[in-house]
Design a protein around this ligand. Structure first.
Ligand SMILES: [Zn+2]
Length: 382
């Protein structure tokens, strides 16, 4: 296999944001050819999840990667090889992508990470072949080149982000007894944190741990920066109808999410939807694929957790008849973090207020959350 190595002059493409949490680096983007198979290789500082999509009209293969720094030779992507005419790199805060421009339709023969060995670091390899019947010779040669799949890393400790609604100048709803939602949600979040930490299985991050104001976007960003596995926003509703009572768990709806993704793709500046995301020169189709991929998976997971949580809450506290609902809450719009918004109950209802504000009531909510978190991650492990 002939591999062309690229030059030494490097430029760094990076999302124009201070929120670059990761120092992951991709370098040495290169193309090789073996018979009809075109191989794309990139050196990555660590093993990362990835996905390869093939798009038509014009023909492209898009390698989707997490957000990282790219060290790329200025002329790197201009010269093609095999089925690849050239490549382009795009970096945003929700992910990176390498677009391989193709000279014909292809299929992805293989895509895999090679763990460090023989002095080389982690490498991502993508093999493309022209569409058509498989060529036996090339497949045999390729099998010899393909290393065994990398070992799975043990899962790290799960991160749960608790988001106490409102705060600072934003008091939220006012209870029947004259208490602010912002105080009630913080006390609840603190009790939930205590309960979760006591299990010894989770890292808990609070978006706020005092009476401060945070924008919705800052809350979403906090979840993403913490690399949250789960985001729980805590609220308590209030309406004119004092008889109304019971808790509700909300997730983003399919419809709202699709519109969200559409809006993201269409607008010039998405900063107020997912703060800090610099879509820069990201082509529209790549951006919407990235968001769509992340969001589809995330919405399923959010709905699973919401179901566990509403089940557990129903066993302990009053709930709305329809306890899992879907809505377009902006605080739930982190595309890559499963998220729910809990309305603990109605502060306008004195009975609900009494439960939500009492230490015994808080303990019940915290217990329901801890059970639901355990059940959710146990299901994921299978
Ligand atoms: Zn609220």
């Amino acid at each position: 296999m002939r591999t062309r190595l690229l030059g030494l002059a490097l430029i760094f493409l990076a999302a124009a944001s201070t929120a670059m949490a990761s120092v992951r680096t991709a370098s040495g983007l290169r193309l090789g050819q073996n018979g009809e198979i075109t191989r794309f290789v990139v050196d990555i500082s660590e093993s990362v999840p990835f996905e390869v999509k093939v798009l038509g009209d014009p023909d492209r293969a898009v390698v989707l990667l997490p957000q990282m720094r790219f060290a790329v030779d200025p002329g790197a992507g201009e010269q093609g090889q095999g089925v690849v005419r050239g490549f382009r790199v795009h970096v945003t805060e929700i992910g990176s992508s390498v677009v391989l421009d193709l000279n014909r339709p292809v299929s992805v023969l293989a895509a895999f990470m090679i763990p460090p060995r023989d002095g080389a670091g982690h490498r991502l390899v993508v093999d493309l072949k022209p569409q058509g019947p498989p060529d036996a010779t090339s497949l045999t040669q390729l099998a010899a080149l393909t290393p065994p799949p990398p070992l799975r890393k043990p899962p790290a400790r799960r991160v749960v982000v608790l988001d106490a609604g409102h705060g600072g100048i934003d008091p939220g709803a006012v209870s029947a007894g004259g208490f602010y939602e912002k105080e009630i949600t913080l006390a609840m979040a603190q009790e939930m944190r205590r309960k979760l930490l006591a299990l010894g299985r989770y890292t808990v991050v609070m978006t706020r741990d005092s009476d401060v104001f945070l924008s919705l976007a800052e809350r979403v960003r906090a979840a993403r920066e913490a690399q949250a596995d789960l985001f729980v926003s805590i609220h308590a509703d209030s309406i004119g109808e004092r008889a109304h009572r019971g808790g509700t768990v909300y997730t983003l709806s399919q419809t709202a999410s699709d519109k969200e993704a559409e809006a993201l793709a269409a607008r010039e500046n998405k900063a107020d939807i997912i703060v800090g995301v610099d879509f820069g020169n990201q082509p529209k189709e790549v951006m919407s694929i990235l968001i769509d991929l992340a969001q589809r998976e995330t919405m399923n997971l959010s709905a699973q957790f919401a179901q566990h949580l509403s089940d557990e809450m129903r066993q302990r506290v009053p709930m709305n008849r329809n306890a899992h609902r879907f809505a377009g809450f902006r605080v739930l719009s982190a595309p890559d973090v499963p998220s729910v918004l809990v309305e603990l109950g109605y502060l306008s209802n004195p009975k609900d207020e009494a439960i939500i504000r009492s230490p015994a009531g808080r303990a019940k909510f915290a217990e329901a959350l801890a059970e639901a978190v355990d059940r959710y991650f146990a299901t994921l492990a299978h």
